[in-house]
Design a protein around this ligand. Structure first.
Ligand code: NCD
Length: 323
């Protein structure tokens, strides 16, 4: 997808929009991780603020519900001293029949600098990026079943902090791959950053038909798939995206694909457990594992702020250098 590649980067190869992991190379992904590392300490300071984006206005445009993503974008913007406006689209003009582009152009007329967009349609953020003024940046906070690039980058940041490097790492992504924009972004990021092997573990009904072409090894059996992995990423069953019954029952699903303490023992003894949230205890993960010593789930949430600060500041950087 050359078009997305060109749209994300300016003529100097800097990040102008952040729409997908597709189209970005290892150097740029590493720059995001390194920039996030430089912001990580700010959240533990007494005064949790730097003046980097003072005077900039960021608009959170969430057409779909979100807790973690929306809150961490708000905190990231606040900690960079930007002004942030979070729009509740369910109660806004689009529900009165206004088109998406009219909504965007009206908010743009308020001299904003950036849109952070979550939408149930794949390609929504890309579409908005094609239609905003050249100085406005667009960040994809999850589009349909397509990509969720800031989630993937905060997951990469969390993995790198604990495992130090990607070389030699075996990572298993378990569960509803079919409906997961998170998995699509993670698989690309892990492959670009040099992971040894990315496995997907799921029943056939929850895997896209062309899944191997994403660069993964496929396992239908959780016991076999977890053997010797260093990182286990669990995914929620995205029931809101399932048009028909793809599973027998939640308890049956947990027996076959849920992460229990016993199943986790099959992974490497230093393996870490991750989940983008929201978690469904007893459906894809047991409480003992979710709250256990190998779980990084809450660290992922904290790291989301530093990674989103990195992406906000890098996309604003293109403006300073191109003006
Ligand atoms: C994910 C999402 O919305 O795609 N959650 C998130 O951003 N933290 C995954 C999910 O909803 O299961």
């Amino acid at each position: 997808m050359r078009e997305i590649e060109n749209l994300q980067l300016n003529a100097q190869g800097q990040l102008q929009h952040f729409l997908s992991i597709e189209g970005l190379d290892k150097a740029l992904l590493t720059e995001i991780l390194d920039t996030a590392e430089s912001f990580a300490g700010i959240s533990s300071q007494n005064v949790k603020k730097v003046p980097l984006l003072r005077g900039k206005t960021i608009v959170n445009l969430f057409f779909e519900n979100s807790t973690r993503t929306r809150a961490t974008f708000e905190l990231a913007a606040t900690r960079l001293s930007a002004d942030i406006l979070s729009m509740n689209i369910a109660t806004s003009a689009t529900s009165k029949g206004e088109s998406l582009l009219d909504t965007i152009h009206n908010i743009e007329a308020m001299q904003v600098d950036m849109f952070v967009v979550r939408h149930s349609l794949s390609g929504a953020a890309h579409f908005i990026a094609q239609h905003v003024a050249p100085h406005v940046s667009v960040i994809n906070a999850g589009d349909g079943q397509h990509e969720h690039p800031t989630q993937a980058m905060l997951d990469m940041f969390t993995i790198r902090r604990v495992k130090k490097q990607f070389t030699g790492l075996r990572v298993a992504i378990v569960g509803d791959i079919l409906h997961s924009r998170v998995a699509r972004s993670q698989i690309q990021a892990l492959n670009k950053l040099g992971a040894e092997e990315v496995r997907v573990i799921a029943p056939k009904t929850l895997l896209p038909t062309d899944v191997e072409s994403l660069g993964v090894s496929v396992y239908y059996d959780m016991e076999a798939g977890l053997k010797d992995v260093d990182v286990v990423i669990m995914l929620r069953l995205q029931k809101e995206r399932m048009s028909s019954a793809l599973l027998p029952s939640e308890s049956e699903y947990f027996k076959c694909y849920g992460l229990s303490e016993d199943k986790l023992k099959l992974a490497h003894k230093d393996a870490v457990v991750m989940h983008p949230g929201p978690i469904n205890r007893g459906v894809e993960i047991s409480s003992k594992v979710a709250d256990g010593t190998q779980s990084l789930i809450l660290q992922q949430v904290s790291n989301g702020i530093a990674v989103r600060m990195a992406v906000l500041s890098m996309t604003m950087q293109h403006r300073r250098e191109s003006i």
